[in-house]
Ligand binder design. Structure first.
Ligand SMILES: [Fe+2]
Length: 455
């Protein structure tokens, strides 16, 4: 998936879209077939919808955008639109709604998909034949939006699997092994770079438009903070000492009685973690996961550092100092392959640090894409020149200080979503998502000076 999408013939685009729709559906089916009927309809956590709600909601959004809007076809099930409108019912209330059961849900999403494939067969992608909905159909944007929507819900369903109690039902091979790092930190020279995008055809509204941003020189961790690093903070009394926490963070830690990352436990002095039903010894060289923004912020302060801003994160991930260009990904413009990043539920955990040397940025920062979402210090805000499109509820209604930006995608994020420009956001208290962090710090004058002599 790349901006060369616009070079494809209408037939090539049709084939590409068909493959993406098929891939996302295969994943949805895998995640929902893995559990029995009880587990499909049950709410595994107040934070999550029942899996069967996500499943029918995926079909309903696909019907609204592709069958009715793009296809101009008659509604299949207008009566259920309200039930599956995420803005009508908070997650906690969804189990009490008269939802479609598993059998009805499967029949509904299949029927929608059959109609969508027919729409796809007939839709005109040729620029000269595009009518009023030109923008929605141009480069198959609406299809891209819907396949990303399904993959994003698949990641949410994967998080529900992590919260589900009982024996493991998902399996995947282990990620590649780690390696010793050339250096724990990377100096980033700063300067003006192009942030965001105006050319990625399937980029969503909050990633647009591309705009120049000035970043001061800074230093960033080569890789995310590991379980081993974080354990030292836990054992050093980090959760008991208010000096490391922001006011809001300290209030939350006390109210929620946090003492360690979610899914960690200590038995007879040994640390364990629960991962998709497997209880295993805490792997010290794997990035720490299931920490909230406040925990990330506190660790960074304890370590004498801070979290990177979103601008710094993207500069470290995309800027190529030798050409002055902003790349699509840390490793270049090529779409992610298994050698670059841990994405797409290929593995059911983050990889140990150092596992992806081929995914390094030109400056040598690693594992920026995949493994886990990284908390940044930034609130979720629109870029200059932002335009809400194609609907306000994707981003516009979420902008403001309530949400913190996460970047990079996790092992549960699909490559169709994990662009170098993709922005995720969540409340600073959330821990059920596949999120961790890396630290940054201001560059010291002597570091800036040494770099200048070097250049
Ligand atoms: Fe949704």
């Amino acid at each position: 998936m790349n901006h060369q999408l616009s070079d494809l013939s209408p037939e090539g685009l049709r084939t590409f879209v068909g493959e993406q729709l098929e891939r996302s559906r295969a994943r949805t089916v895998q995640l929902t077939d893995a559990v029995d009927t009880d587990d499909l309809v049950k709410q595994h956590s107040k934070l999550m919808s029942p899996l069967v709600w996500d499943y029918a909601h995926i079909g309903n959004q696909e019907e609204l955008w592709l069958v009715r809007d793009v296809g101009g076809r008659e509604p299949l099930r207008q009566d259920i639109d309200e039930l599956y409108d995420a803005f009508q019912h908070p997650r906690a209330d969804r189990p009490s709604l008269p939802l479609l059961g598993p059998v009805e849900t499967r029949a509904y999403v299949t029927e929608v998909r059959d109609k969508v494939l027919d729409v796809l067969d007939h839709v005109k992608f040729d620029p000269e034949k595009l009518g009023a909905d030109r923008e929605l159909v141009h480069n198959a944007f609406a299809f891209g939006m819907i396949t990303q929507h399904e993959q994003q819900h698949d990641e949410t369903m994967l998080a529900t699997h992590q919260l589900r109690e009982g024996a493991p039902v998902l399996d995947a091979p282990p990620p590649p092994a780690g390696r010793p790092l050339p250096s724990p930190e990377v100096f980033v020279p700063g300067g003006v770079f192009e942030m965001g995008t105006s050319i990625e055809p399937w980029a969503l509204d909050n990633e647009r438009p591309a705009h120049g941003v000035h970043v001061k020189p800074f230093v960033i961790d080569t890789v995310p903070v590991t379980n081993g690093d974080y354990l030292r903070f836990v054992l050093g009394g980090g959760y008991q000492d208010p000096q490391w926490w922001s006011e809001a963070g300290w209030a939350h830690v006390q109210k929620a009685s946090l003492v360690a990352p979610r899914f960690w436990s200590q038995v007879d002095g040994e640390w364990w973690r629960l991962r998709f039903g497997h209880r295993e010894q805490l792997p010290l060289d794997e990035p720490v996961m299931h920490v909230c923004f406040y925990e990330a912020e506190a660790y960074a302060k304890w370590a004498g550092k801070r979290l990177p801003s979103e601008e710094e994160w993207e500069f470290a991930a995309r800027f190529d100092p030798s050409s002055g260009r902003t790349r699509r990904f840390p490793w270049g413009d090529e779409s992610p392959g298994p050698q670059h990043a841990n994405l797409g539920q290929r593995h059911l955990r983050p990889a140990p640090v150092g596992a992806y040397p081929a995914g390094a940025s030109p400056l040598g920062v690693e594992q920026l894409i995949g493994d886990l979402w990284e908390w940044t210090s930034s609130d979720f805000r629109p870029y200059p020149g932002f335009r809400a499109w194609p609907y306000d509820e994707y981003s516009l209604v979420f902008f403001g200080p309530d949400y913190k930006v996460l970047r990079g995608g996790s092992f549960g994020t699909d490559e169709v979503v994990a662009r170098g420009t993709f922005r995720n956001w969540d409340y600073p208290i959330r821990r059920q998502i596949f999120a961790g962090f890396r630290c940054a710090r201001d560059a010291r004058p002597e570091e800036v000076h040494a770099e200048e002599l070097h250049a």
